[in-house]
Design a protein around this ligand. Structure first.
Ligand code: SF4
Ligand code: SF4
Length: 56
């Protein structure tokens, strides 16, 4: 299981620095999570101002 960033993402970049395994990067119009790297810690969801990361 991994987190995914939904279309609610406003590309603020706050979550990228919070991810302990570097799974988050800028994608096409929004940030994306590498599902193979994500350890589902939830830090991105906790740091996101719009609640875009959700557990898949
Ligand atoms: Fe990174 Fe944790 Fe978010 Fe997965 S749940 S992308 S490991 S911050
Ligand atoms: Fe997108 Fe939320 Fe990450 Fe900001 S913190 S880049 S809005 S997912």
């Amino acid at each position: 299981m991994a987190y995914v960033i939904t279309d609610k993402c406003v590309s603020c970049g706050a979550c990228e620095a919070q991810c302990p395994v570097g799974a988050i990067s800028m994608g096409d119009g929004k940030y994306v999570i590498n599902a193979d790297t994500c350890v589902s810690c939830g830090a991105c969801a906790g740091s996101c101002p719009v609640g875009a990361p959700e557990e898949a």
